[in-house]
Design a protein around this ligand. Structure first.
Ligand SMILES: N[C@@H](CCC(=O)N[C@@H](CS)C(=O)NCC(=O)O)C(=O)O
Length: 224
């Protein structure tokens, strides 16, 4: 079984964290998305959407991070992280969809990525600034939902035990560290992220991201 990924990639890190924490027998291969390798063969044919991550397992090719997390949790019977109980599982699936659509559209693709990655820069300075301004308002609303409603008084996003939804969501929130996002208006999010950082392999999985953070430390970022 092989995971095609990039260590900085927001959607690859949660899967790498799952593999590391549970010592899953999954080989990892870096696709250098910063050098455009995902637009070249053979990767472009493996995933015509030309994004990482991709999981290959004996003829099965999966190209969406949430589906990959769910598949690995089922395949290796990680019932602690992805229970079979219908309603608990439905909540985890709901949170994963929420993170990957509502939250990440605004915070990742709208707010952070245009500031962090040159190929996400808009064509004019005005369009660029407006994109970030538009997404910032919506990302703040999403952080409020995450803080007040999804986490609230709990330790994690689906209650008081860790699930694959937390792996997914924390990967998305952590990209904000690179863009120097202040999470102090969201104390429950800060508490939850502190819980996530206690995972044994958090630091090693996020090492390259933290290197990227150091590399752009002098850049000026919009505030959320
Ligand atoms: N919906 C996809 C999104 C994957 C995605 O956005 N991948 C990014 C890295 S986080 C990528 O490959 N970017 C390449 C690019 O921007 O050209 C998933 O959840 O797997």
């Amino acid at each position: 079984m092989k995971l095609y990924m990039h260590p900085v990639s927001t959607t690859s890190r949660p899967i790498r964290l799952l593999i590391a924490e549970k010592e899953l027998p999954v080989e990892e291969e870096v696709v250098d998305i910063l050098a455009g390798e995902h637009h070249q063969e053979p990767f472009a044919s493996l995933n015509p959407t030309k994004l990482v991550p991709v999981l290959e397992d004996d003829g099965l090719v999966l190209t969406e991070s949430q589906a990959i997390l769910q598949y690995l949790a089922d395949k290796f019977e990680l019932h602690d992280l992805y229970p079979k109980d219908l309603k608990r599982r439905a909540v985890i699936n709901e949170r994963m969809d929420w993170f990957n659509t509502n939250f990440f559209r605004e915070f990742g693709y709208g707010f952070c990525y245009p500031q962090l990655f040159p190929h996400h820069k808009r064509q004019t300075d005005e369009a660029h600034a407006k994109t970030i301004e538009w997404a910032a308002e919506r990302a703040k609303a999403m952080f409020t939902v995450l803080d007040q409603h999804l986490i609230g008084d709990h330790q994690y996003t689906c209650g008081d035990t860790l699930t694959i939804a937390d792996l997914s969501g924390s990967g998305m929130v952590s990209v904000g560290e690179v863009a120097q996002v202040d999470l102090s208006p969201y104390p429950n999010v800060q508490r939850w992220m502190a819980n996530m950082k206690k995972l044994e392999h958090w630091d090693s999985v996020h090492e390259v991201l933290m290197g990227y953070k150091a590399a752009v430390a002098e850049q000026e970022f919009a505030s959320l």
